[in-house]
Design a protein around this ligand. Structure first.
Ligand code: GAF
Length: 415
């Protein structure tokens, strides 16, 4: 009897495991795939990713969930539940659109261009991340979309680095933000309890997979679709706990009784509309003047050989890479006061050398320091968004602070 009982339990468990991602017929029919993409917080290493440099992000537990349902009519319909907005476009030839609509269209087009044409679908999108608050709601949305669409269309998962580069092309050519690989890599490779030391040059071999900054956006509709070669269902090549990826080194984030929190400055930032692209152009110009292909190759005297503001920009990038190295040493030694000092130094550099802060961010930083933070800095691209702060034991973060802890990577989920 006992054996039969445990055999029965085992069979029940196997049946549960074998069940499709979700089968419950909710409003709008059965869900064929559901995926979660986490947001990220970058401990230090800001505006270094598109300069082939070093960053130290972690995926957080908040993010975006996309649910896909089959559709019979050749269309992709997107319902953004949080903002009550809709979009409809052709699954095989998405046309361009602005704002949040550019994400799903871009993901579908870039998947087709990479050889993964997707099936028509109805997609619902819901999130637990504040939008435009510098915690990478964009990458979270892209990761959830791409994982849900791949599973919905019957593909296994391609290489996650390939996916990060594909999503970067979505940002660069569909959304109009010439971002680097930081956010997508953090969201796709996050590991609970760890930050990720990213060496973007080692990760990409110097090829970030996106067109150079001055390139014209790919023309929709059906952009790049001519190159599409349908792929057979793939394999899991670099799953969350898969093979080590050169350029991504998990670093244990052991905070003990210390706390990391973010506080929203209240100023929304939209990368495409901010000074972000200008900063990227300034770095490209500095490279031209220095005769190098990437600021990773700039020497410590390079800032002095450049006109301003380019000298300041390059000094930030060089020193920010060094702060990532020091932060990893501090984390390994359990030296959290040093991590706090590095956060402060990073913020001062982003404010004074890279010039991406705004008054509301400065007020938020000052408030957190007055509350007893051991370090505080703007997080993400800047021009608004959130401030990250490290609180020692005994100091209480303000009521509007959101505690952030390292969570897992983007993944398929059940409802
Ligand atoms: C934004 C971008 F998306 C990233 O690629 C990175 O450049 C960051 O700003 C600044 O470090 O989040």
């Amino acid at each position: 009897d006992a054996d039969r009982a445990s055999g029965g339990a085992r069979r029940a468990r196997m049946r549960r495991r074998a069940a499709p991602v979700a089968t419950r017929a909710g409003r709008g029919g059965p869900v064929s795939a559901a995926a979660f993409g986490p947001g990220r917080v970058n401990l230090v290493g800001e505006h270094t990713d598109y300069n082939d440099g070093l960053c130290l992000p972690f995926a957080i537990e908040r993010g975006v969930t996309v649910r896909a349902r089959p559709a019979p009519d050749g269309l992709i319909r997107v319902h953004a539940l949080d903002i009550g907005a809709h979009d409809v476009f052709a699954a095989d030839a998405p046309a361009r659109a602005d704002g949040w609509r550019s994400f799903a269209r871009g993901v579908v087009a870039e998947l087709a261009a990479a050889g993964y044409p997707v099936r028509p679908a109805r997609l619902s999108v819901a999130g637990t991340l504040p939008r435009g608050a510098g915690m990478s709601s964009s990458a979270a949305l892209e990761v959830a979309l791409v994982l849900a669409l791949l599973a919905h269309s019957g593909y296994g998962e391609p290489d996650r680095l390939e996916l990060a580069q594909l999503l970067s092309r979505v940002e660069n050519t569909w959304v109009g933000a010439r971002t680097g690989l930081l956010d997508q890599t953090a969201s796709l490779f996050g590991r609970p309890g760890h930050a990720l030391r990213l060496d973007i040059r080692a990760l990409t071999g110097g090829d970030q997979g996106a067109p150079p900054p001055a390139a014209e956006p790919a023309a929709g509709p059906g952009a790049r679709a001519g190159r599409a070669v349908p792929r057979p269902p793939g394999r899991w090549l670099s799953g969350p706990a898969g093979r080590p990826v050169p350029g991504i080194e998990p670093v244990r984030l052991d905070l003990g009784r210390w706390r990391l929190v973010t506080v929203d400055s209240g100023v929304r930032h939209a990368i495409a509309a901010s000074g972000y692209n200008t900063r990227r152009e300034e770095c490209a110009r500095a490279c031209e003047l220095l005769g190098i292909s990437s600021l990773r190759d700039a020497d410590e005297d390079a800032p002095g050989r450049l006109p301003e503001p380019l000298g300041r920009r390059v000094r930030h990038v060089l020193e920010e890479n060094e702060r990532v190295r020091r932060a990893v040493v501090a984390l390994r030694a359990g030296d959290l006061p040093e991590l706090g000092r590095l956060l402060d130094a990073s913020h001062a550099s982003l404010r004074d050398l890279y010039e991406v802060s705004v008054p509301a961010v400065e007020e938020t930083v000052a408030r957190l320091v007055a509350d007893g933070a051991a370090g505080a800095r703007l997080v993400g691209g800047g021009f608004g968004g959130s401030v990250l702060a490290l609180f020692p034991p005994g100091k209480r973060p303000p009521a509007d602070a959101l505690r952030v802890v390292p969570g897992g990577p983007g993944r398929l989920v059940r409802r």
